[in-house]
Design a protein around this ligand. Structure first.
Ligand code: PBG
Length: 307
C-alpha cells in the first residue's frame, strides 16, 4: 500500500540480436547470457519470453563485414535478413510490440551512425539514408521505429517518410537524449560496430549536459516523436526525471550493455547478489520516471517475478 513505485514485466523491452544463417545461438562474450540468434532459433526464444510476460522487443542486426559499405546500402536491400526477421516475427507474434534500430552503424564500413566524409559526420546527407532504412522496416511490418543515430532533424524527416508512404500507424521511439558513453562497449562487441576512426562525440551528447537534454527532447517532441528515450539509464537518472516532468508522452530509458555487464561481472565474482542488484537497478530507473526500460535483464527479471 505504501510502496510508491511499481515495476512489472510490462515495463520492460528486451533487446535481441539477429544474424544471417540457421541454427545459430552464439553467446556474446561481454554480455553473458545474451546471444546472437538466427531467425529459426530466435522465434522459439521470443515464444519463451512471451510466455514469461514480455511483450516488447527491440531487434538489432549483426551484419557481416563484407556487406557493409560507406552508405549502409544493405540496410534497405531487398534480401536483407533483418527485414526478413521483422516479417517472420510479426507473422508469428502479431500481438507483440516490435521495435527497430534506425542508424547507419550496423551497416556502415566506417562504424558511424551517420555518413562520414573527410573525418566529419554529415548530418543532413544522412537523413535520406535513414529514410530508406525506415521505409524498408515499415514495409516489413515494424511497429515502432527506434532512431538511435542522433542526427538532428531525423524524427521530423522519418515521420514525413512514414506519412507520405501511408505508414501513419508506425510510431517513433526517439533516442532523444543519448550520451557519448563508455557504457556501450559490450554492445559494440556484439555487433562489431565500433567506429573505425574517431568517436561519436560530434553527434552524441556530452555527459556533463542536462539543459541540452531538454532541448534535444523538445525538438524530437515537436518533430513528432511518440516516445522519448534517455540513454544510458543509471548514470542519468536525473535526466530521466527531468524529461518525465517536462513531457506528457511516454519516457523510456536504455539500461545499456555496460550497465548490465557490470552487474554480471560483479555477481560472477560473488561481490553482488545478481537478483537483488538487477531488481534495484530496474526499480530505480522506473522511480526516476521511465515508463519503459530497454534492458538485457528483461528475461531474468520476468523469470524472477513469475517465480
Ligand atoms: C548505435 C547504438 C548503440 C547502442 C544502441 N544503438 C551504441 C553506440 O552508440 O555506439 C548501445 C546499446 C547498448 O550499449 O546496450 N546506433
Amino acid at each position: 500500500m505504501v510502496e510508491e513505485t511499481k515495476l512489472g514485466t510490462e515495463n520492460l523491452i528486451y533487446p535481441l540480436f539477429v544474424e544471417d544463417g540457421v541454427a545459430i545461438k552464439t553467446e556474446i562474450n561481454s554480455l553473458p547470457n545474451n546471444f546472437r540468434w538466427s531467425i529459426d532459433t530466435l522465434i522459439p526464444e521470443i515464444e519463451r519470453c512471451v510466455k514469461l510476460g514480455i511483450n516488447s522487443f527491440v531487434l538489432f542486426p549483426a551484419v557481416k563485414e563484407s556487406l557493409k559499405d560507406t552508405v549502409a546500402s544493405y540496410s534497405y536491400a531487398s534480401d536483407n535478413f533483418y527485414l526478413d526477421a521483422i516479417r517472420k516475427i510479426k507473422e508469428t507474434f502479431p500481438g507483440i510490440s516490435l521495435m527497430s534500430d534506425v542508424a547507419m552503424d550496423p551497416y556502415s564500413s566506417d562504424g558511424h551512425d551517420g555518413l562520414v566524409r573527410d573525418g566529419l559526420i554529415l548530418n543532413d546527407e544522412t537523413l535520406p539514408i535513414l529514410g530508406q532504412m525506415s521505409l524498408a522496416q515499415a514495409q516489413a511490418g515494424i511497429d515502432v521505429l527506434g532512431p538511435s543515430d542522433m542526427m538532428d532533424g531525423r524524427v521530423g524527416y522519418l515521420r514525413g517518410v512514414l506519412d507520405t508512404n501511408d505508414y501513419k500507424d508506425v510510431s517513433i521511439m526517439s533516442y532523444s537524449v543519448k550520451y557519448a558513453s563508455a557504457f556501450y562497449g559490450p554492445f559494440r562487441d556484439a555487433l562489431d560496430s565500433a567506429p573505425k576512426s574517431g568517436d561519436k562525440k560530434s553527434y552524441q551528447m556530452n555527459p556533463a549536459n542536462k539543459r541540452e537534454a531538454l532541448l534535444e527532447a523538445q525538438l524530437d517532441f515537436e518533430e513528432g516523436a511518440d516516445m522519448l528515450m534517455v540513454k544510458p539509464a543509471t548514470s542519468y537518472l536525473d535526466v530521466i526525471h527531468l524529461l518525465k516532468e517536462n513531457f506528457d508522452i511516454p519516457i523510456t530509458a536504455y539500461n545499456v550493455s555496460g550497465e548490465y555487464a557490470m552487474v554480471c561481472a560483479a555477481s560472477q565474482k560473488g561481490w553482488l547478489d545478481y537478483n537483488s542488484a538487477m531488481s534495484e537497478m530496474l526499480l530505480s530507473i522506473r522511480r526516476a520516471g521511465a515508463d519503459g526500460i530497454l534492458t538485457y535483464f528483461a528475461k531474468d527479471f520476468a523469470s524472477l517475478v513469475k517465480g
